[in-house]
Design a protein around this ligand. Structure first.
Ligand SMILES: C[S@@+](CC[C@H](N)C(=O)[O-])C[C@H]1O[C@@H](n2cnc3c(N)ncnc32)[C@H](O)[C@@H]1O
Length: 280
């Protein structure tokens, strides 16, 4: 086995990340960037370093999973949005705004668009807009194209694939226009202190803040608060937490699935200065 093979074997054993699921080129690029940052010249010396260094193991895990996402990622969370939250919003409102913050390659906003499309057939006058943003231009480009390998669609039923995707000549699947129409993609840095728009009914910011400091995470929760409508939902990743400094801004809706609602009793300074203009 060559040095690269030994390294991927070690990554699989230590990080439980299946390198074979990724393109080799992608893995090599991410490892090379860690090698540059840690001053290791080749795979062998990086492997020796990686094996016994827990901090580096975490850094490589983050580097490898930076854009990782899935359709219907964490099914329970999306089931709650699908079966409880969206039906309630659709019943009460004519205009619904959702923000997928840190949308990576688009699977999360397309999952939401798919639900929205199926549900608004019953109330066609409801207008739903999904704002999908990321800092990474390359990921956004892929998201906008909406073209995926079949294996990426594994969480979707055959019927969903048939209705919402068209198969291309090269065998890949492209999201159909009727779903793309729900989504407005744009580049946005979550550390900018600004929300993409106001009057949001749901903000999903999931699995994004792994590199953020506690202070940055808290600032993000403060930025989201005035951008949400009264009682609006804030959905975190399953392993993410609201910091103590900001937990009063939200009340748990489903603690296990990390779904919160805006606590309207708590006004944060940015709500008063209203730095986020509400748009259309
Ligand atoms: C692991 S993906 C999460 C995708 C999706 N939310 C999910 O849970 O499946 C994390 C994404 O956050 C984006 N990201 C990281 N830092 C960011 C920032 N400061 N502003 C906006 N996006 C950021 C990355 O580019 C990446 O696409």
């Amino acid at each position: 086995m060559d040095d690269f093979g030994a390294l991927t074997k070690s990554i699989e054993a230590i990080l439980a990340i299946q390198c074979a699921n990724y393109k080799e080129d992608y893995i090599k690029r991410r490892i090379s960037s860690r090698m540059r940052l840690t001053g290791k010249e080749d795979f062998r010396s990086y492997l020796e370093f990686f094996k016994d260094n827990q901090a580096e193991q975490e850094s490589l895990r983050n580097a490898l999973t930076i854009n990782v996402t899935k359709f219907w990622r964490d099914r329970e969370v999306f089931d709650i949005i699908h079966k409880e939250i969206l039906p309630d919003l659709i019943k009460r409102k004519d205009r619904i705004r959702i923000w997928s913050a840190g949308c990576a390659t688009g699977e999360e906003p397309y999952t939401l668009a798919l639900m929205a499309h199926d549900m608004t057939r019953l109330r066609p006058n409801v207008q739903i807009t999904i704002y999908a943003t990321d800092i990474d231009q390359e990921a956004l480009r892929k998201a906008k194209n909406g073209i995926y390998d079949k294996r990426v669609l594994e969480n979707l039923t055959e019927s969903q694939i048939r209705r919402h995707f068209s198969q291309k000549d090269d065998g890949k699947y492209e999201v159909r226009a009727h779903l793309k129409e729900y989504i407005r993609f744009s580049q946005h840095d979550l550390m900018s202190g600004k929300a993409v728009t106001g009057n949001l009914d749901i903000i999903l910011c999931r699995n994004v803040t792994i590199y953020f400091t506690e202070a940055q995470k808290n600032e993000l929760a403060r930025t989201f608060h005035p951008a949400l409508v009264s009682g609006g939902y804030y959905v975190l990743g399953k392993t993410e937490f609201l910091g103590r400094d900001v937990e009063k801004l939200y009340v748990p809706y489903n603690s296990l699935q990390k779904i919160y609602r805006k606590n309207d009793g708590m006004q944060h300074r940015s709500a008063i200065t209203a730095r986020i203009p509400a748009r259309g």
